[in-house]
Design a protein around this ligand. Structure first.
Ligand code: NDP
Length: 282
């Protein structure tokens, strides 16, 4: 069977173009949107992520303000800056690029961001709002996956969805989102027994574990939709997903590639949250 290949590059571009129009409309009414991006230290991967986020802002017409803090910045100094930005009416969104250095507690940091400016959707209020199915900022990667499914006309209502991985930024919010969209959800993790059999019950299988090409065709029901969240690098620095694509794809009705699947959606949904912040702050 030839699967439908879900094109995250194209869908994310469509979303950015739609947002560009919305931002221009806001501008014509005198409303500017500004994202504050805080990075601590000069980790190469973080620098690339931050640069890509700033580029997306520029493309859409959102102002970005950079705060590049030295590696030895204390937790107190970081939280002081966040509190200052919380109070600053000209800032709509605040993002702290993760991971932060070991001596800083990421939960304290994300909890310090005003829930109305938490465009990453990581603060306890927004995590709770998603779980209660009330309006708030939704974590960008799961929100991006939902958009991929919806824009590819994949039925969610009543489907069995198995999620592999239960992190606070991927698995758990993904579970809530699918549940809120009427899927029957199973959340699995490293202690799950008979993972292969559980995965084989999935109409929609979403994998975010961080182990290169872990999921083979033995985990996949014939005709399932497979979403690969993984971003790994092999010994030749080539990007790989958590799914062994060539083995799994012939058994799927639809699948995301790596790269070009979930990856590009995360920034598009961050931009979506920045635009949404105007409504939330009203
Ligand atoms: P974490 O390391 O925080 O979580 C990994 C999860 O996978 C944990 O819940 C862990 O279980 C589970 N797990 C690990 N090994 C197994 C196993 N053998 N069987 C079943 N479950 C297992 O990772 P993240 O959620 O942050 O990221 C996951 C992947 O997604 C990574 O490759 C990351 O790079 C990628 N990612 C991609 C994004 C994108 O934009 N496309 C954004 C964010 C992440 P347990 O809880 O029991 O330890």
């Amino acid at each position: 069977m030839e699967p439908f290949i879900i094109d995250g590059k194209k869908i994310s571009q469509d979303i950015k173009d739609e947002l560009k129009v919305k931002v221009a409309d806001y501008k014509s009414k005198g409303i500017e949107i500004t994202l504050a991006v805080i990075q601590i230290g000069d980790d190469i991967a973080s620098t690339i992520y931050v640069r890509n986020k700033k580029r997306a802002c520029e493309y859409i017409g959102i102002n970005s303000r950079s705060y590049e803090l030295p590696k030895d910045t204390s937790e107190e100094e970081l939280i002081e800056l966040i509190e200052k930005l919380n109070e600053d009416d000209s800032v709509n969104g605040i993002l702290v690029q993760l991971p932060v250095p070991d001596y800083i507690d990421p939960m304290r940091v994300t909890s310090a961001i005003s829930r109305k400016k938490d465009v990453d959707g990581f603060c306890p209020y927004n995590a709770g709002a998603l779980s209660l199915n009330v309006d708030g900022f939704v974590s960008c990667t799961p929100a991006g996956i939902l958009e991929l499914l919806k824009r590819s006309n994949i039925e969610i209502d009543g489907q069995n969805c198995v999620i592999v991985g239960r992190s606070n930024i991927v698995g758990k919010p993904m579970g809530s989102l699918m549940l809120n969209n009427n899927a029957t959800v199973t959340l699995t993790h490293s202690h799950t027994k008979n993972l292969k059999e559980v995965c084989k019950t999935a109409d929609i299988l979403i994998v975010g574990i961080g182990i290169s090409e872990f999921i083979t065709s033995e985990y996949v029901k014939e005709g399932a939709v497979v979403i690969d969240v993984g971003i790994n690098r092999d010994e030749n620095n080539k990007l790989t997903g958590d799914v062994l694509y060539e083995d799994v794809a012939p058994h799927c009705s639809a699948i995301t590639p790596v790269p070009g699947g979930v990856g590009p959606m995360t920034i598009a949904m961050l931009m979506n949250n920045c635009v949404k912040s105007v409504e939330i702050q009203k």
